[in-house]
Design a protein around this ligand. Structure first.
Ligand code: F6P
Length: 323
């Protein structure tokens, strides 16, 4: 009997459950015995495996979060933690591991793969900063949540002729902020990848009002050198001179908690099924993502050592559209 385990790790993302469901149902259909690891790598190191059947994953496709639970496991970064994880897999005679998660989780997957485990990663992070996928599970739903908030903020910003700084997640990457800014019609977008001084954002805001706008929305990535707190501080310090009224909203974890939309459910389902197929064909040490609409496999070692480049033409487009 082929025995595989599945875990979710790092920040939860809408669609993780759809991927778990696909792994279980495709796995069972192909003659695998599928095991849940609860609590991410922490559960793996502790050897917390439990059998999962098709009925156990009923009704989860539309639920946000992860029914398996997740952790940011520091122990897996250590030699002893990795050795314990490998030993637990061997002791339970489980031959394959599917890791659903983002950058840190795939770094763990890569380390375990180097230690001889058959590991397949599935790209899932709202940050959308993983190499090997155009879009990761969870990013689209998180963006929809951010857009709903931005649309509402624009309404009140317009009524009061105010400036709103809206902080979105993304850790040290600006992928989420860039798309939220463009799709949300922001007057300015602030991301970690581009060096800027707060005065240049003030210029953008001033010029938006001069062009007749009744509001200014600035979407700010949490990882930018000047995040909303930094910008707020600067703008308040120069408030007499700048003369605009400012409000700040930090969206935070609200972006992670949405129910997955159709796109996330579909890519999660396709990637979950593909992960099982890879293990069946003894293909491992890879991350599965979506490139040009198709399932794509990239070596975990490449994923871990490469930073996903920002879509530069999108950045140029953003500044044209803000006019
Ligand atoms: O990686 C996903 C993410 O939501 C980041 O955007 C954010 O910086 C981080 O996780 C927050 O982590 P935590 O949930 O551990 O506070």
């Amino acid at each position: 009997m082929k025995r595989v385990a599945v875990l979710t790790s790092g920040g939860d993302a809408p669609g993780m459950n759809a991927a778990i469901r696909a792994v279980v149902r495709t796995g069972v259909a192909r003659g695998f015995e599928v095991f849940a690891v609860r609590g991410g790598y922490t559960g793996l190191i502790a050897g917390e495996f439990s059998s999962l059947g098709p009925r156990d994953v009923g009704g989860i496709i539309g639920r946000g979060g992860t029914v398996l639970g997740t952790t940011r496991c520091q122990q897996l970064k250590t030699d002893a933690g990795q050795a314990a994880a490998v030993e637990q897999m061997r002791a339970h005679d489980i031959n394959g591991l599917i890791v659903i998660g983002g950058n840190g989780s795939q770094a763990g997957a890569c380390a375990l793969s180097r230690r001889g485990l058959r590991v397949v990663g599935i790209a899932s992070t709202i940050d959308n900063d993983l190499v090997g996928t155009d879009i990761a599970i969870g990013a689209t739903t998180a963006l929809d949540v951010a857009l709903e908030a931005i649309d509402r903020l624009r309404v009140t910003a317009s009524s009061h002729k105010r400036v709103f700084l809206v902080e979105v997640m993304g850790r040290d990457s600006g992928h989420l902020a860039l798309v939220a800014g463009i799709a949300g019609g922001a007057e300015a977008i602030v991301i970690p990848e581009i060096e800027f001084h707060p005065e240049s954002i003030a210029d953008e805001i001033r010029s938006a009002y001069e062009r007749g706008k009744s509001h200014a929305i600035v979407v700010v990535a949490e990882g930018a050198k000047y995040n909303v707190e930094g910008l707020r501080h600067y703008f308040l310090e120069h408030s007499q001179r700048l003369g605009f009224e400012l409000r700040v909203t930090t969206l935070g974890h609200i972006q992670r908690g949405g129910a997955p939309g159709v796109f996330d459910r579909m890519i999660a389902t396709r990637l979950g099924a593909a992960a099982v197929e890879h293990l069946e064909q003894d293909l491992h040490g890879v991350l599965l993502g979506i490139i040009d609409g198709k399932v794509n496999s990239t070596a975990l070692s490449t994923v871990v050592h490469t930073k996903k480049p920002l879509d530069t033409p999108l950045l140029d487009l953003a500044s044209v559209l803000a006019k």
